[in-house]
Design a protein around this ligand. Structure first.
Ligand code: VG1
Ligand code: CO
Length: 543
C-alpha cells in the first residue's frame, strides 16, 4: 500500500458558504477538485494523527465515490480510524451525534442538503469539528485560504473499501468501521422523548404522515415512527433514499413538499404531517388544515419543551438566526431566559450550545434543534411536536391559536428571487447598504423606518465578529424587512427578502399571511428596487 503525493494546482472557487462547499456535481468531477478540498481541510487541522474521523452523507449522486476518496486520503494523512455510515449514509444530525458519541476528532459530511441531486445537480462537502457542529468561521476561513495555495495532496493507493457490510477492516495503517447509521441516533431520541406516550396516542388513532422526499431520513423515519412508535406501515412516504431524490427538490417547503401540503389540507387529512430535507436537518410541520411557519414552530417548541422528558428542567436560553421572526423572543421573555440573535447558518449556534447558554435554536428556513447534537435536526423537531401533542391532547390548530392568543402573532414570509445574475444581485445589495444612513425617519408603504443597519454579530463566548450578515429595516411598529444573499446556491445569486409584522394579542390574529404582509412586501420592492435590479416582478418561491 503506497501513499501517493499528487501534485495539484489550486481552484479559486472553493470558499465554503453558509454550510460547506456546494457546487454542481460536474464541478466536483473535475480531476483533483474533491481531493484539493479534502486535503485543504486536513491541512487546516492539527493533532488528528491516530484520531477518529466520521464520514457519511445524504446518499446523493457522487456520495459513494467521494467516500472512497476521503477514506484513502484520511489513511494517507494519518487518521487512526474512520467511522462510516453503512452504504455511505449518515443524516447530518446523526453524523453530529456520531462525532460526539465516539469522541471523534471531527467529521466530513457529504451533502448539498436541500439542493437537488443527480449528475446535473448539486453536491457538497462540509467539515464538522469535535463538538459535532459545523466548523466555525475561523476554521472555514483557514480551509479557504489553504485551497488557494495547495500544491499537493496525499492519497493511499488501494482498492475500494466495502462500505456496505457492517464491521471493521484495515486501510493501510487505518481502521475503517462501517456502522449502522440509524441505531445510535434512534437511541438518542428515546432518551429525550416520551416514546410510550406518543405510542399510546398513535394506538388511540392519531394519524401521522411523514415525507422523506426520497432523501436520507427514510431509514431513520421508518425505524422511529413505524417500528418504535407503532405508526402503520406507509406512514413514511418516499422512504427510500435515491441518488437524485426521484428528480425532486428535497427542500421541505410549501412549493417542493406540495404533495404533503395538499394531503394536510384535504377533508380527510391526517392529524399531523411533516417532511425533512436532503440531509435530514430541516423540518416542515403541517397540522391538519394548519401550516406552521418554521419561526412559529421554534416559538411553540420552546414554550412547550418542558413537556418532553429531555427538557423537563427547562431551557437555559433560546437562539435564533437574525432573519427568523421574533416570535421566540416573546417566549424567552416570558420564560425569563436569554434570547440570542445570530447570523444565518448553524455554525453560529455551536459556541452558545457548548457554553450552556442556549438549549434550543432555530432558523426561519425550517431548521430547529437543541443541545442534544450540534446540527439542526428534522426528526427531533417532529418528535418534540409529537411529544407535546401527546402531553396536551390538543390539535396543532388549537395549539397555534392558543400560542397567538398568549403571545401575539408574528406574521412572516420569506420571498426568494432565484438565479439572478450575480453582478445584479451584488449591485442591489450595494445600493441598499449605501442607503442605510438615509433610511431612518423615512416613510414608505410599510410605515416609518425607525432604524436600518447591516447586521453584525459578536459571539459572546469568544468575541469573534461576523459582519455584513444582512440589511435590516426596522419599522416603528416593530415590523422588519431583511435582505441578504443566499450562501448555499450553485447558480447565479439568490436574493432572500424576509418580511415580518407583529400583531399583539388584542389585534387581528386570524389574517391571511399574504394580506397581513402586503404593505411591507410593497415597501421591500420600493426600497430595494428589486424589479429594477433583477427584472423580476415577483419572487420565485414564497415560504
Ligand atoms: C440556507 C438557509 C439557512 C440554513 C442553510 C443551510 O442558507 O437560509 O438558514 O442554515 O441554508 O441549510 P442561505 O445562505 O442559502 O440562506 V441546509 O438544510 O441546506 O444545510
Ligand atoms: Co439540510
Amino acid at each position: 500500500r503506497v501513499i501517493q503525493t499528487v501534485a495539484t494546482t489550486p481552484f479559486t472557487d472553493q470558499k465554503p458558504g453558509t454550510s460547506g462547499l456546494r457546487k454542481k456535481v460536474r464541478v466536483f468531477q473535475q480531476p483533483h477538485y474533491a481531493e484539493n478540498f479534502i486535503q485543504s481541510v486536513f491541512d487546516s487541522l492539527t493533532g488528528f494523527e491516530g484520531q477518529t474521523l466520521v464520514a457519511g452523507g445524504d446518499g446523493r449522486y457522487l456520495n459513494r465515490e467521494v467516500i472512497q476518496i476521503l477514506l484513502k486520503m484520511a489513511a494517507a494523512n494519518g487518521f487512526g480510524r474512520v467511522l462510516v455510515g453503512q452504504g455511505g449514509i449518515l443524516s447530518t444530525p446523526a453524523a453530529s451525534h456520531l462525532i460526539r458519541s465516539s469522541g471523534a476528532f471531527g467529521g466530513l459530511v457529504l451533502s448539498a442538503s436541500h439542493n437537488p441531486g443527480g449528475p446535473d445537480e448539486d453536491f457538497g462537502i462540509k467539515y464538522n469539528v469535535g463538538n459535532g457542529g459545523p466548523a466555525p468561521e475561523k476554521v472555514t476561513d483557514a480551509i479557504h485560504a489553504r485551497t488557494l495555495s495547495i500544491d499537493t495532496y496525499r492519497i493511499l493507493e488501494a482498492d475500494d473499501v466495502d462500505i456496505d457490510t457492517l464491521g471493521t477492516s484495515r486501510l493501510g495503517d487505518m481502521t475503517v468501521e462501517v456502522v449502522d447509521p440509524v441505531a445510535g441516533y434512534a437511541g438518542l431520541m428515546e432518551t429525550l422523548f416520551d416514546f410510550a406516550a406518543i405510542r399510546r396516542m398513535m394506538d388511540e388513532g392519531f394519524t401521522l404522515s411523514f415525507d422523506s422526499m426520497s432523501a436520507v431520513t427514510g431509514p431513520y423515519a421508518v425505524e422511529i415512527f413505524e417500528k418504535r412508535l407503532g405508526a402503520p406501515q406507509g406512514t413514511v412516504r418516499n422512504a427510500i433514499p435515491l441518488p437524485d431524490f426521484g428528480h425532486h427538490h428535497p427542500d421541505p417547503n410549501l412549493v417542493h413538499a406540495r404533495e404533503l401540503y395538499d394531503r394536510m389540507m384535504a377533508p380527510d387529512a391526517p392529524d399531523f404531517g411533516a417532511a425533512s430535507d436532503g440531509d435530514g436537518d430541516r423540518n416542515l410541520i403541517i397540522g391538519r388544515h394548519c401550516y406552521v411557519t418554521p419561526s412559529d414552530s421554534l416559538a411553540v417548541l420552546a414554550a412547550n419543551a418542558h413537556l418532553a422528558p429531555g427538557y423537563a428542567s427547562g431551557l437555559k436560553g433560546i437562539a435564533r438566526s437574525m432573519p427568523t421572526s421574533c416570535a421566540a423572543d416573546r417566549v424567552a421573555e416570558k420564560l425569563g431566559i436569554p434570547l440570542y440573535e445570530t447570523p444565518t447558518g448553524w455554525k453560529f449556534f455551536g459556541n452558545l450550545l457548548d457554553a450552556g447558554m442556549a438549549t434550543i435554536c432555530g432558523e426561519e428556513s425550517a431548521g430547529t434543534g437543541s443541545d442534544h447534537v450540534r446540527e439542526k435536526d428534522g426528526i427531533w423537531a417532529v418528535l418534540l411536536w409529537l411529544n407535546i401533542l401527546a402531553a396536551r391532547r390538543q390539535s396543532v390548530a388549537e395549539i397555534m391559536a392558543g400560542h397567538w392568543a398568549a403571545y401575539g402573532r408574528n406574521y412572516y414570509a420569506r420571498h426568494d428571487y432565484e438565479a439572478i445574475a450575480k453582478d445584479r444581485a451584488d449591485a442591489l445589495m450595494a445600493a441598499l447598504r449605501d442607503s442605510i444612513p438615509r433610511l431612518p425617519g423615512t416613510a414608505n408603504s410599510g410605515g416609518v423606518i425607525s432604524a436600518a443597519d447591516d447586521f453584525a454579530y459578536t459571539d459572546p463566548t469568544d468575541q469573534s465578529v461576523s459582519r455584513n450578515q444582512g440589511v435590516r429595516l426596522l419599522f416603528e411598529d416593530g415590523s422588519r424587512i431583511v435582505f441578504r444573499l443566499s450562501g448555499t446556491g450553485t447558480e447565479g445569486a439568490t436574493l432572500r427578502v424576509y418580511i415580518e409584522r407583529y400583531v399583539g394579542t388584542d389585534g387581528d390574529l386570524g389574517m391571511q399571511t399574504a394580506d397581513a404582509l402586503e404593505p411591507l412586501v410593497r415597501a421591500a420592492q420600493e426600497v430595494a428596487d428589486i424589479a429594477g435590479y433583477t427584472g423580476m416582478d415577483r419572487p420565485s418561491v414564497i415560504t
